[in-house]
Design a protein around this ligand. Structure first.
Ligand code: ZN
Length: 187
């Protein structure tokens, strides 16, 4: 559908900043959805419900379970938290911290995952996409081909989910919340 290895380019033609780097025909389709006010309908049809993994303990367990399935031999995660200070796009859909720490006389790699708090109230598919993205960085620091191959290995729909997540962020900007914060029973 598109080549995620393409370098990002600025597109000043329209305001679809979340879709920078995607082909023009997708911009047109999305702009049409926005103009027709059908972006929310599109998203709700695909993703009718939100997850309930909305605290740090739950999201740690969620990450750990995925890591144990796909990256069993990598060093354990020291910490997984929701972080209000992270702006999703500024940090390329997540934030990756690898803190080197002196433990006794050994230098230990402390692997933390910080997830933008916007993911507290999203469909599970979006949370999974961002967690998969962060886990893939354990093995690949850069957004290169191997990185995306690993993402797709953990979540075959990775690219579609990343695209739809960008649509969701567009929806937040244009129309506000799609999923009421106090309602976990939708659809
Ligand atoms: Zn990344």
């Amino acid at each position: 559908m598109y080549n995620s290895d393409q370098p990002l380019r600025n597109n000043a033609v329209n305001n679809l900043t979340y879709l920078t780097g995607y082909p023009a025909h997708l911009h047109d389709q999305v702009q049409q959805l926005i103009d027709d006010e059908k972006l929310g309908t599109y998203l709700l049809k695909r993703y009718p419900t939100v997850h309930q993994i909305n605290n740090d303990r739950a999201v740690y367990e969620y990450c750990q379970a995925l890591k144990n399935t796909y990256l069993k031999k990598s060093p354990p995660l020291s910490k997984v938290v929701f972080d209000q200070s992270i702006q999703v796009m500024k940090h390329a859909l997540g934030q990756h911290t690898s803190v080197s720490r002196v433990h006794g006389k050994k230098l230990k790699n402390k692997r933390e995952i910080r997830i933008a708090s916007v993911f507290k109230n999203t469909p599970e598919a979006f949370l999974k996409m961002i967690v998969v993205h962060e886990l893939a960085h354990i093995k690949e620091m850069n957004h290169n081909k191997a990185f995306y191959q690993l993402c797709v290995h953990m979540e075959p729909e990775y690219h579609q989910l990343e695209f739809d997540l960008r649509l969701y962020l567009l929806h937040l900007d244009h129309f506000g919340e799609l999923y009421p914060a106090d309602s976990f029973q939708q659809g």
